[in-house]
Design a protein around this ligand. Sequence first.
Ligand code: HEM
Length: 421
Amino acid sequence: MSANLANQVPGAKCPFTVKGLEGLDPYPHYDKMREYGDIVWDEGMKAWLVLTADGCRRMMQNDVSKLRFWTADLSDEAKEIQGRRGLKLATGDYHFALHSWWVRQFAATGIEPFREPGIRPLVHNLIDRFIEKGKVDLIEEFAAMLPVRAVCVIMGLPWQDDKWADECFEIMKPIEQFFNYSTVGGDDVMQAARAAANKMNRVLMPFIEARRASAEDGNDMISRLLRDGPTLRADWNDEDIVTNVRHLFFAGSETTVHSLASAFNVLLTQPEVKDQIRAAGDKGIPNFVEEIMRLYGPVQFRTRKANEDVEIEGVLIPKDGAVVSAQGAANRDPKKYPNPNAIDLNRRAPRDHIAFNSGPRTCVGASLARMEMQEAVKAFLERIPDLRLDPAEPRPSLHGFQLRAFAPVKAVFTPGKKLGA
Ligand code: HEM
C-alpha cells in the first residue's frame, strides 16, 4: 500500500516501529511513519501512535477520564514505592487538587523568588569547579549536578553540602532504575528501590521536623507543604510531605539532565546559534531553551491505556488497548511548525510544544526546568564564550529510548577565573 493511500485511513498499520530504535536518531523515522497517517498502528509497540501536535494535545486532555496513566497498573509493592498518595498515583479530585496546588507553587510568583538568590549562584558555583581547567565533561561535571541541587534550593535543603546532595542523587538511582520512566523492573530491582525509598524518607524527615516550627513564615516548598497540606486532604501527614519531595527529586532530575545535555550539544555543534541567541536580545535565551525542548525534549513518548472503548483521532481504541502520545514526533509536526527540524528563535509561539506534556498531568516543574536551563545558558555564554567540542573525545550522539539525549558532551575552552577570585 502506498504511503499516501494509507494516510486516508486513521490507525493504518505502519511498516515501521519505534521499537528497537534505542540509541538511534528517531526523527527521520518519525517522518517516515507520519506518511502513513496522523495516528498509526505500531506492531512492535503493540500500540497506536499519535504523531501530530494537535492530536497528542487532544489525547492528553482525555487523560484522567478515559485514558489511564501507567501507574494505575502497577503492583501493590510498586505502588508503595511510588508513594500511594503522591502525584503519580493520585487520581480524580485529589489528583486535581494536588496537581493544581503544585502548578500554583511553580507559577511565576511562586518560583521566581528562587532564581537570583538560589538557582543563579548554584549555576556559578558549579562552573567555578572546572573553569580554571579549560576542559569539562558537561554531563558529569555540570548537567548531572544541577537538577538535584536545584530541587534542594526550592525545598530549602542544603544544596551547598556536596556530600548530602550527592548522597540523595545516589539513593534515588535504584528507584529510577526500577521505574525507568514507566516500565518496571524485576524483583531484585524492586527490593533495592523499596530500600532506597525508605532511606530517602529517613534522610528527609529531620529537615521536615526542623522546619515545622517556622513553617508559617517559610517560602521554601517544604514549609509550603507543611502549611497548605491539610487544606488538600484532611488526613494529610508527614508521609505525604516526604512522598511529594521525593517525587520532585525524581521527576525533576533525569529529565532536566538530559535537556541540559541536548542544549549543550547544540551550542557546541551549531556554534552559529550563539550569535542568533545574542542577536535576539532578551528573548534569545528563553526562546533557545524552548526550541531545545521542542526539538530535543527528552521525553519521546507517553503511553496510556483505555479505561473503556474510546475514540482517539478517529480510531476506536478498545478497552485496555494502548495508545501513545509521540511527543518527539509531535514537536516536529510539519503541519504546525514551518521548517520543523531547524532552530528558529523567532517562532510565533515558542512555548507551544508538548515537551512538558499538556492536560491534567502536565509537568508541574516546567518553570524550574526552564529556569535552570536559562541560567545555565546565560552563565556559559557570559563566562565561557569559546566553549567548543573537545576534539580528542567522541562526538555526542543520541542515546536512550523513551528518554533520549546526547552523550557524551565534552568540551574545551580558554581557562577562566572563579567568581570573586
Ligand atoms: C526539562 C525537564 C523536564 C521534562 C522534559 C519534564 C517532562 C514531563 C512530562 C512529559 C511529564 C508528564 C508525564 C506523563 O504524563 O506521563 C511530567 C510530569 C511531571 N513532572 Fe516534569 N519534566 C521536567 C522537569 C521537571 C521538574 C524540574 C520537576 C519538579 C521539580 C518536574 C515534576 C514533574 C511532576 C511532579 C510530574 C507529574 C505530574 C502528574 O503526574 O500529575 N518535572 N514532566
